[in-house]
Write a protein that binds this ligand. Structure first.
Ligand code: FE2
Length: 404
């Protein structure tokens, strides 16, 4: 999850110090989206979020089943895939769910061994190990099913396809080529959005299924519980959800799991499920920056649509956050308060420090997947103090869509 020159970095020590633990994770290899039109989606994510459209695999590279665009920013790799035939499995998924995330792929030392360990621990096969290779090197992939339509692919890499080489501009895997002459890439280099790596990835599951998936991450992938919220934390007068945060052994990736909770009106998790063919899936990806104000200002300039935070939020936020930071002897929020307010950014604090965060509106027409832009100044939590303010804002949006 780290970039070599990044000023922010989560723990990078592997779950065990060597490759002896098959479940030791090295990185988030990539996140695969299934989309209806990858060519247009690539343009959207490049234009709105500043991603480099780096590589492509499509008819021009001999791929006759799908078109795949590799987009990168910092240590974030998104793979946008669109099927070219009606028989491709992505065609059926796009019909059911619209555009969204199919796969959170994890780099490991030995994909086959990780897959075998996960299956032995009770994981269900998505697909068996396969090796994709050419004279430059090899990429081994194997997949297990997690909640709903989502898969975790394990990826191990050798030769010129090793991850450090990929991060330095090497080819992603056999069958890809560099994306030629894209004007937006030059623009994005001159006007960076500052997104560095995946901070966390949130899944929405059905009512009553959160604990099942919490246990699954513990048993199958050796994750452990990081944080836990219930409906008292995350509720407004009308709607609620429950959430538990699972973290990999080395805290490389955090995967909060949400389920809806009863409220007077429909939970945002239920709204997601309603528009996602009643199937669990990824609700949001949190992308880390070390300068929230710069990132949000640049994204807003590019037209990214963020949730609108009620003005009343800023009447109480500084008091709440300062009190927490003083209580635990931490530096107060150094970002300019007026700019935070002008940019509509959320702030929260806990016993370890503070964080700044903001949520986009859905990234496609269905109210399903969205992004979070997050900056941590010590705080390792998820903005619990913002849930109420945030949910009121979300409900306003839900109401406008006629889904409350
Ligand atoms: Fe989040």
């Amino acid at each position: 999850m780290t970039t070599p020159n990044s000023t922010i970095s989560p723990g990078t020590s592997a779950r065990s110090s060597s490759a002896t633990d098959p479940l030791a994770l090295i990185d988030v290899d990539h996140v695969r989206f299934y989309v209806g039109n990858a060519k247009q989606a690539a343009f959207f994510y490049a234009s709105a979020f500043g991603f480099q459209v780096e590589e492509i695999s499509d008819l021009t590279t001999g791929n006759r089943t799908s078109a795949q665009y590799l987009l990168t920013q910092g240590n974030i790799r998104l793979l946008l895939e669109t099927p070219l035939t009606k028989d491709h499995p992505a065609s059926e998924e796009i019909r059911k769910y619209g555009d969204g995330i199919k796969d959170i792929a994890l780099t490991v030392f030995d994909a086959e061994k990780t897959y075998e360990a996960a299956i032995k621990n009770g994981g269900e096969k998505a697909y068996e190990p396969r090796v994709i290779k050419d004279d430059r090197g090899a990429v081994t992939v194997a997949g297990i099913k997690t909640y709903g339509r989502v898969v975790h692919t394990f990826v191990s890499r050798t030769g010129e396809y090793a991850l450090p080489t990929v991060k330095n501009g090497g080819l992603f895997m056999p069958g890809f080529k560099k994306f030629p002459n894209f004007a937006l890439n030059d623009f994005n280099k001159k006007h960076p959005c500052g997104l560095k790596f995946f901070d966390h990835c949130v899944g929405n599951v059905e009512l009553g299924k959160m604990n099942h998936w919490v246990a699954w991450y513990e048993n199958v992938l050796g994750f452990s519980m990081f944080k836990h919220f219930d409906e008292k934390d995350i509720s407004t007068e009308y709607s609620a959800l429950m959430s538990k945060v699972m973290a990999s052994g080395n805290h490389l990736i955090k995967m909060p799991i949400n389920e809806p909770a009863e409220g007077k009106k429909k939970s945002q998790v239920q709204e997601y499920l309603d528009w996602h063919d009643n199937t669990p899936g990824v609700q949001h990806l949190a992308l880390r920056t070390d300068d929230e104000l710069h990132s949000v200002a640049e994204l807003r300039r590019r037209g990214v649509d963020f949730l609108q935070i009620p003005e009343t939020y800023y009447e109480t936020v500084w008091q709440r956050v300062d009190a927490m930071l003083k209580q635990h002897g931490h530096e107060l929020v150094k970002e300019d308060h007026q700019r935070v307010r002008d940019l509509g950014i959320l702030v929260d604090a806990d016993d370890e420090g503070y964080l700044l965060q903001l949520f986009t509106k859905p990234l496609q027409d269905r109210p399903t997947l969205f992004f979070e832009i997050i900056c941590r100044r010590g705080s390792q939590s998820f903005g619990k103090g913002n849930f109420k303010a945030l949910f009121e804002a979300l409900e306003d949006e839900q109401g406008r869509r006629g889904n409350l």
